[in-house]
Design a protein around this ligand. Structure first.
Ligand SMILES: C[S@@+](CC[C@H](N)C(=O)[O-])C[C@H]1O[C@@H](n2cnc3c(N)ncnc32)[C@H](O)[C@@H]1O
Length: 170
């Protein structure tokens, strides 16, 4: 799937991460942009980079890291292992091959926390097997036809269904 994430979903996700200091947006440029625009309360305390295949985003200078999921560990030398508090990811393809490779990059970069967002719930078993991620009950509110799901490796009160309304007060 290659739907473009709605702004609302992106800001919502950015809200979820505002308490983390160093954030890697893996194939999630819209989330990165919302963080960078400081539209989200608390984002001035965060630093974010965008790992993207699309060179359009190299206008972001050092915060842009070229990333091709086919070369999961071909990252610049100054990108240290386990150097990000949280990884946000939306894989470009939902094949097992793509997820397997994305998982390699995620494992390299993450200290522990991972938030995968996708409109394809059927990847649940792969997400769990490859990255130890569990599907969240939280459903982002957006105007897209497809249902968007979040998977995490950690327990977040912001991702429980009860807190969805609060999370979406933008
Ligand atoms: C499903 S879209 C996700 C968009 C996202 N929800 C966001 O926050 O902007 C996947 C992203 O993967 C990127 N992409 C395409 N081919 C790629 C590749 N070979 N390696 C890594 N990322 C790629 C696209 O440029 C796109 O931004």
């Amino acid at each position: 799937s290659s739907i473009v994430c709605s702004t609302l979903t992106a800001v919502t996700r950015a809200n979820i991460v505002m308490s983390y200091s160093r954030i890697a947006c893996l194939s999630t440029p819209s989330v990165y942009q919302k963080l960078r625009q400081r539209l989200v309360e608390g984002s001035d305390r965060t630093s974010a980079v965008v790992l993207e295949y699309d060179h359009t985003f190299d206008t972001y200078g050092q915060e842009f890291i070229f990333y091709d999921y086919n070369e999961p560990l071909s990252l610049p030398e100054d990108v240290a292992p386990q150097s990000f508090d949280i990884i946000l990811a939306d894989p470009p393809y939902l094949s097992e091959d793509c997820l397997t490779k994305v998982a390699q990059t995620v494992k390299y970069l993450a200290k522990g926390k991972v938030l995968l967002c996708t409109d394809e719930p059927h990847i649940a078993k792969h997400a769990e097997k490859l990255m130890g991620l569990n599907i969240c009950s939280f459903l982002p509110n957006h105007k897209l036809a497809n249902e968007f799901h979040c998977f995490t490796k950690y327990t977040s009160i912001l991702l429980s269904r009860d807190s969805a309304t609060a999370t979406l007060c933008l």
